[in-house]
Design a protein around this ligand. Structure first.
Ligand SMILES: NC(=O)c1ccc[n+]([C@@H]2O[C@H](COP(=O)([O-])OP(=O)(O)OC[C@H]3O[C@@H](n4cnc5c(N)ncnc54)[C@H](O)[C@@H]3O)[C@@H](O)[C@H]2O)c1
Length: 389
């Protein structure tokens, strides 16, 4: 397998999770170059993670002929610009979500990648973790039968109770559907395939919000008048399933499960008490109730290196260097290295990210204009993770 030389643009909050994880896969990826607008920060990360080169701008990094894949960890407003520029420079791309700010921009990226024969991958890759792969395995083995419906619920009070500077979550380009929604949506479409049409309603019950976290505790901020903070959508999948999708940032929690899928033979449930848990994490419990036993079985939680007591929870992948369950952010990049070597498509694909973007945008348009919207884009459902016994 060729080791991909990674060039990282953007070295903010999320970069440490990626860089720590990627160090575990030296056969697949090399942390080769990093770039940040603050040159001292780039130098510091170079020292910390052993990059060979540090650049003072993304543009300079893109000129480096030895970078094979650009990992774009900048803010959403610059995802499009660097994703497109990286492809133009002949490099594969893996981007933090969203792929671009709009579906139209996303289409440009995927079209260019097609012309150039380059790989595009995009976060989130949490669907490659043990819980959603457990869902997948139960579906593939016929335990669930056909999935006919489901629900996905992020019911919270926004992020102002923990984030030090939460105002940006309530400005254009953010809000629950674009911020946390991609984890839930990607989990659903990675399991059920493409969506045919959507409809939604949304509200903004609080124009002013109060920060509960330090250091700005007690301060208030205004919500952009165009940003709906609670949306409820209905998704019709091409396979016939209908799922309700509730992204609510105006509630003090809920006992609704983060996600449920209803099969003709069994129901699968993500029952997390912690409002931060759900499809945004790699692991977690899976409850199953099937037709035959008609009682809830709790698929055991698989964390770290704990023994796996129940065979059905053993959805392991071949990327040996780490336990696969807790926080494997970046595993989608390792998968690209394997995909290139094996001549196959990558799992956290640009095409799936583009569909996710089209659906998310359509939810917002539907809520604003009160109409059903048909989807244009499609993608191939990712292969399940390889299993090891
Ligand atoms: N922080 C999290 O917990 C988290 C979790 C999941 C996903 N994400 C996603 O990761 C991405 C980055 O988030 P973050 O929290 O690390 O943000 P951040 O603001 O902490 O870091 C962004 C980085 O991008 C750099 N950058 C921005 N514009 C640039 C430009 N033109 N040229 C070069 N560098 C530029 C900034 O200097 C900074 O280093 C976002 O898309 C976000 O949605 C973040």
């Amino acid at each position: 397998m060729k080791t991909l030389k990674i060039g990282v643009i953007g070295l903010g909050d999320i970069s440490n999770a990626y860089l720590t994880n990627l160090q575990k896969y030296p056969d697949a990826v090399e942390l080769y170059a990093c770039a940040c607008r603050t040159p001292e920060k780039a130098e510091a990360k170079k020292e910390q993670y052993g990059f060979r080169k540090a650049y003072a701008s993304g543009e300079e990094l893109l000129q480096d002929p030895d970078v094979d894949l650009v990992l774009n960890l900048t803010n959403p407003a610059t995802h499009y610009k660097f994703n497109l520029a990286a492809l133009k420079a002949g490099k594969h791309v893996y981007s933090e979500k969203p792929l671009a700010a709009t579906y139209a921009e996303g289409k440009e990226i995927i079209a260019l990648a097609g012309v150039k024969g380059l790989y595009v991958g995009c976060a989130p890759d949490t669907f490659m973790g043990s819980r959603i792969q457990t869902f997948r395995r139960l579906m593939d083995e016929g335990v669930t039968g056909d999935i006919v419906g489901g629900t996905a619920n992020c019911i919270a009070h926004g992020w102002e109770w923990f984030h030090p500077n939460p105002g940006f979550f309530y400005q254009k380009g953010a809000g629950p559907v674009l911020d946390i929604g991609p984890y839930y949506m990607t989990a659903l479409i990675s399991l059920l395939g493409p969506i045919e049409s959507v409809c939604a309603m949304g509200v903004q019950p609080q124009q002013e919000r109060t920060i509960y976290s330090e250091p700005k505790k007690g301060e208030t901020f205004q919500v952009d008048p165009d940003v709906m903070t609670s949306l409820m959508a209905v998704l019709k999948f091409k396979n016939g399933a209908v799922v309700n999708y509730n992204m609510v940032w105006d509630a003090w929690d809920s006992v609704m499960p983060r996600m449920e899928l209803y099969g003709t033979k069994a129901t699968l449930v993500m029952a997390d008490e912690d409002p931060n848990a759900g499809p945004n994490l790699f692991g977690g419990d899976t409850l199953v109730k099937d037709q035959e036993t008609y009682r809830w079985k709790n698929m055991p939680r698989v964390d770290g290196d704990e023994e796996i007591p129940w065979e059905i929870a053993e959805v392991k992948h071949d990327y040996d260097a780490t336990s696969y369950v807790t926080n494997n952010r970046g595993i989608g990049i390792v998968d690209i290295a394997h995909a290139i070597a094996e001549g196959r498509k990558n799992r956290a694909s640009g095409a799936m990210a583009l569909h996710m973007l089209e659906v998310s945008e359509a939810i917002l348009v539907s809520a604003r204009e009160h109409r059903f919207i048909q989807m244009e884009s499609t993608f191939e459902r990712p292969e399940p993770m390889p299993q090891k016994h």
